[in-house]
Design a protein around this ligand. Structure first.
Ligand SMILES: [Zn+2]
Length: 394
């Protein structure tokens, strides 16, 4: 067992812990405390801590070049009452891998860097993947006026220099994020690790279905206009269409039924539909399939994301490193947002390595990966960083 990893992960896992899970809100004392642990672990192997304008924490060599950095990392914030692994595993694994390569004094080690991105989960201010998006110009000035549930303004808690951080990702020649698996593909495949092919294409829609409210008892079934029955057809159509697309998923996660009386036929149902697939074409096939089944329901797009394909050189480095360490890996697509996806979409050669989660649970206190699998992840990350130092992606 890697003592660096074991001790640091255990120390971070004490921060923000309660009986109900782990809560390290963005810009909170808990995140700061976790970051200080990362800073101290980095300092022990000569890494210097700095923050960019957006508040992302960088651990680099004191002689690090201005660009061409070979980096790894993730985030130390969590969702409310989340798990110990999402984010922390990636930061701690990066520190462990970079520490090993520095201790070995491998050629070019001064180009290695660890990044802990700020506010990745985004739940407090509605700003997912804040730190990497500020670097890549994905958020403008208006985002700083967003307020949390207590009325606190984002611009008053994040660094005043957040908007100046734009372009900061240009220091990176590559980035790898190790992450606990979100889903349940690795265990059935007998693989400890998964190399991400990319992040799935996504689309989120709002819909409204109108009906006619009337007495639940005195209105015969013939001639009713029940908005919830129509919405239910949409729910089932989404389920059917997604099952027909390989790797596709579709979810109606919100339904508001009005007027909401137990003895009143619903006259209005509003809701949201979330569609994801490995490619934008697959995502569009699901949406088209839904329309084929239920004509006449208007979907209003809330957000769309084409996803990203991770860089072939970074994926190869992870696969080669795994083969050399005799560790079983499979390819898999990721269906969530990640800092590595933001950087990859902005042209930084990026990749992700998922560590088996036997139950496939994430954003929940029971999220888990075994010590052996985490160790395998560090071995593969270390090997991949070594390969990328020797032969950076172009
Ligand atoms: Zn995460």
């Amino acid at each position: 067992m890697d003592t660096t990893f074991e001790a640091l992960f255990a120390a971070v896992a004490k921060v923000g812990r309660s009986e109900r899970g782990w809560t390290r809100a963005p810009w909170s004392d808990e995140v700061h405390t976790a970051e200080e642990l990362a800073v101290a672990a980095g300092a022990a192997v000569g890494l210097v801590a700095t923050r960019d304008g957006a508040g992302n924490l960088w651990l680099t060599d004191k002689g690090a070049p201005a660009d061409g950095l070979i980096a790894a990392g993730s985030h130390l914030d969590t969702v409310p009452e989340g798990g110990a692994f999402d984010g922390a595993l990636g930061v701690v694994s990066a520190i462990a891998a970079v520490s090993r390569l520095r201790t070995e004094a491998v050629h070019g080690f001064e180009r290695l860097a660890v990044i802990s991105f700020a506010d990745e989960e985004g739940w407090r201010f509605g700003t997912p993947i804040f730190g990497s998006r500020m670097l890549t110009g994905g958020y403008g000035a208006a985002v700083l006026d967003r307020r949390d549930a207590h009325g606190v303004r984002l611009g008053d808690v994040c660094p005043p220099t957040a908007l100046d951080a734009r372009g900061g990702h240009g220091r990176l020649a590559s980035f790898i994020e190790v992450h606990v698996e979100q889903g349940c593909a690795l265990a059935p495949a007998g693989a400890a690790l998964g190399v991400a092919t990319g992040l799935a294409a996504r689309a989120r829609y709002a819909f409204a279905v109108e009906g006619v409210a009337n007495h639940a008892g005195t209105t015969p079934m013939e001639g009713r206009a029940d908005a919830l029955v129509a919405a239910a057809r949409l729910v089932l159509a989404a389920d059917t269409a997604a099952r027909e697309e390989p790797g596709g998923v579709a979810t109606v996660g919100q339904l508001i039924v009005e007027p909401g009386g137990s003895n009143v036929i619903p006259d209005r149902v509003t809701g949201t539909l979330d569609v994801r697939a490995p490619t934008p074409e697959g995502r569009n096939r699901i949406t088209a399939g839904i329309f084929q089944i239920v004509a006449g329901v208007a979907l209003e797009p809330l957000s769309t994301d084409p996803g990203v394909a991770f860089h072939p050189t970074v994926r190869d480095a992870l696969r080669v490193a795994a083969a050399r360490a005799s560790i079983a890996v499979i390819d898999l697509a990721s269906y969530a947002g990640h800092d590595a996806g933001v950087l990859g979409a902005a042209g930084i050669p990026s990749g992700m390595l998922f560590v088996r989660s036997p139950d496939g649970v994430s954003h929940n206190p029971s999220e888990h990966a075994s010590a052996e699998d985490c160790e395998a992840g560090i071995d593969v990350l270390t090997g991949a960083l070594r390969l990328l130092l020797d032969d950076p992606p172009s």
